[in-house]
Design a protein around this ligand. Structure first.
Ligand code: 26Q
Length: 673
């Protein structure tokens, strides 16, 4: 009964329903005779995209006209998760779409669940990049993300009898309604080859192999603003002229051009320790070169009517932020482009590069820093190696400032900060409303756990959660040992004694790197311990242990709101900052964290080495756990929960990005009128 109408700016539910119906009929991805949830998702997403594209185009023309200083965030990873809920929320059309879908016979939640997570990242670093994109748009900042369009993102974790199995996550299996292929944006990327020295002394990188970087744009809407920025993802393509058809006819199908076009095939799934592999290095250079060529092209397009390029103005138009060491080849690449292509001298190029590029560090683990052999580097990027050696010579003895992800601020939770909020938390109606909101989230989480594991958990038990990549330094092992201890204690108790304990549901989730044997053994151990405890009728109403499979952004969106206690128990000195800790705190969850000596002694430059033994730590850990149970007096816990949310404003990524904009990038907002 609903007519299909192409009305991209539809705002009321009936018009939106018509637009969804239009896409179901005229977007050529599916048979128009089917309108099952999957088709309904794609048609809905395309309808939402209509709205995004208008704003996205307007934003681009606005930036083009105003020509503000713009930030470019370069990251090898973006953990975007699902886009539909985020888009309807940010466009403020959630109710309208829910209504429209109702007219078409669906609930919005049923449709949003159809979407696959875009998991082009591993963990904290990738998710931080995605949060930052969101905040940059929300704050109306002229700021874009650059990344790679991996054909396969992070693997999907399947739990089998033998533990974790990895299967490819085909996020592009059908297609992504959120990307716009930009056939007009293509840059050549060179690998290997040699350096040619001209009679005037200038140098040029020639020969080797050249492939194409092709752009795909993902619109990033902000919250309560029309500003819609871009995440530009590069895909590798072979150039037609590089196909040697004679060779191809001879049966040589694995031409260099074809091999190179696989650069973006897969995201490297290692989240901390990985050896330098040639393909990874190629990926990194591919991202840096394509993005910088694009940035320079845009700078030249926006000269404001002048025909002379004033390179000294470059840092007042461009800020580049490097997400960890992964895109640091941007530094010699910008130097190369400025010197070899644009003809600048070293000093001028170095001054521009220094004033343009900033770097954020995400790890304190030395083994997590990628190392490349000089032989490999000289072969793949000969001109860059010359530049790197020159930089090394010149800056070896100068101090360079970088910013870490976390400010060491041990006094943040001091009593004075919280004291302001005490009245607020004691307000008579608030605690009851707070508890009922938390209970509703716990119920949703319990439903989800039942759906994916078949185990039913009690929403009235304490929900104790540890979700993160599985790593020895993150000590999921200590957590599960604590759970085993708890189980043993419960077994020793009399039924009366058991009734006096606080019922608890321990949930652990996370992916283990495929070849990280110990991490995989921990995953298996957690699920095996769960299998014993959960089926023990004597204790299973007091303790349940769940391994939550396939932890990803969407799963986090269910787990974090339902949490009451979360575990951040990494070995002291090992975690750069953590990010989910802040999301838990914001959601009124109490966190148990490592007392990090390094943090307490941050003012002293030298910290004595602390050795840790698991057993010693476990005792302390169990001490904490005992205290939590005592605190599990509803009133007190609710108050702490309220204070936790109230005190976490500082950890908003909007605040972080606001500070980056002022202090590092020196960019202003550029809102659409
Ligand atoms: C390196 C080489 C080869 C292949 C992959 C990698 C690689 C990939 C991902 C190395 C590191 C990562 C991801 C690191 C990460 O997520 N770090 C986390 O970043 C958070 C945000 O700053 C911090 O809060 C966490 O403490 C830190 O662990």
């Amino acid at each position: 009964k609903i007519p299909p109408v192409a009305n991209p700016q539809a705002k009321d539910p009936a018009a939106i329903a018509s637009n969804i119906n239009y896409h179901a009929h005229y977007s050529p991805h599916f048979s128009p005779y089917k309108f099952e949830p999957e088709q309904a998702f794609y048609a809905t997403a395309e309808s939402v995209r209509d709205q995004l594209i208008k704003q996205w185009n307007d934003t681009y023309s606005h930036y083009h006209k105003v020509n503000p200083k713009q930030t470019y965030y370069l990251s090898m990873e973006y953990l975007q998760g699902r886009a539909l809920t985020n888009a309807v929320g940010n466009l403020d059309v959630q109710d309208a779409y829910a209504n429209a879908l109702k007219q078409l016979g669906y609930a919005l939640e049923e449709i949003t669940e159809q979407e696959k997570d875009a998991a082009l990242g591993n963990g904290g670093l990738g998710r931080l990049a995605s949060c930052f994109l969101d905040s940059m748009a929300t704050l109306s900042l002229p700021a874009w993300g650059y990344g790679l369009r991996y054909r396969y993102g992070l693997f999907k974790q399947l739990m089998t009898k033998t533990g974790q199995e990895e299967i490819a996550e085909d996020w592009l299996e059908k297609f992504s309604p959120w990307e716009i292929p930009r056939h007009d944006v293509v840059f050549p990327i060179r690998f290997f080859g040699q350096v040619e020295i001209n009679p005037n002394g200038s140098r040029k990188w020639i020969g080797g192999e050249v492939i194409q970087a092709a752009a795909y744009d993902v619109p990033i809407p902000g919250y309560k603003t029309k500003d819609t920025n871009s995440l530009r993802l590069w895909e590798a393509k072979a150039r037609a002229e590089d196909f040697n058809l004679f060779e191809f006819n001879d049966g040589k199908y694995e031409s260099a051009a074809l091999l190179h076009s696989r650069i973006c095939a897969v995201l490297y799934p290692g989240d901390a320790t990985e050896d330098g592999k040639l393909l990874r290095l190629k990926q990194q250079y591919f991202l840096c070169s394509a993005s910088l060529q694009d940035i320079i092209t845009r700078f030249k397009e926006r000269l404001g009517g002048r025909d002379k390029i004033l390179w000294s103005e470059f840092p007042s138009k461009v800020a580049v932020q490097l997400n960890d060491t992964h895109p640091t080849l941007s530094i010699p690449e910008l130097m190369r482009l400025l010197m070899d292509d644009e003809g600048l001298g070293w000093d001028e190029a170095w001054d521009i590069t220094n004033r343009t590029i900033a770097y954020t560090n995400h790890t304190v683990l030395p083994e997590a820093l990628e190392k490349w052999s000089q032989t490999v580097m000289w072969k793949l990027l000969p001109r860059h190696m010359e530049i790197i050696e020159e930089i090394d010579k010149r800056v070896r003895y100068t101090l360079n400032l970088v910013n870490g992800v976390a400010q060491l601020h041990s006094d943040i939770l001091k009593a004075e900060l919280f004291s302001d909020y005490v009245k607020f938390a004691d307000n008579s109606e608030l605690p009851a409303e707070w508890e009922s909101a938390k209970l509703a989230s716990k119920q949703q989480l319990a439903n989800y756990v039942l759906q994916v594991t078949g185990v039913s958990i009690d929403p009235n038990s304490l929900f104790d959660i540890q979700i993160k990549r599985i790593h020895e330094y993150k000590r999921q092992l200590m957590n599960i040992m604590g759970a085993v201890y708890r189980y043993k204690k419960l077994k020793e108790m009399s039924p009366e004694e058991r009734k006096k304990t606080t019922p608890r549901t321990i949930m652990i989730g996370g992916k283990a790197f495929a070849t990280y044997t110990n991490a995989k053994r921990i995953v298996k151990l957690v699920s095996d311990v769960g299998a014993v405890v959960n089926t023990d009728p004597e204790v299973n109403s007091f303790l349940k242990i769940i391994f939550v499979p396939n932890y990803n952004v969407s799963v986090a969106e269910v787990l974090i709101p339902g949490s009451e206690l979360s575990q951040h128990i990494s070995t002291a000195g090992m975690e750069a900052s953590g990010t989910s800790n802040m999301k838990f705190a914001l959601n009124g969850c109490l966190i148990i964290g490592t007392l990090d000596e390094l943090m307490l002694k941050s003012e002293k430059k030298l910290v004595k080495k602390i050795s840790l033994f698991l057993v010693q730590q476990l005792t302390k850990f169990l001490g904490c756990v005992k205290k939590e149970s005592k605190d599990w007096d509803r009133k007190k816990w609710t108050k702490m929960s309220i204070l936790s949310t109230a005190g976490s404003g500082k950890f908003s990524s909007d605040r972080t990005i606001g500070q980056y904009a002022n202090e590092i990038w020196k960019i202003d907002e550029c809102p659409l009128p």
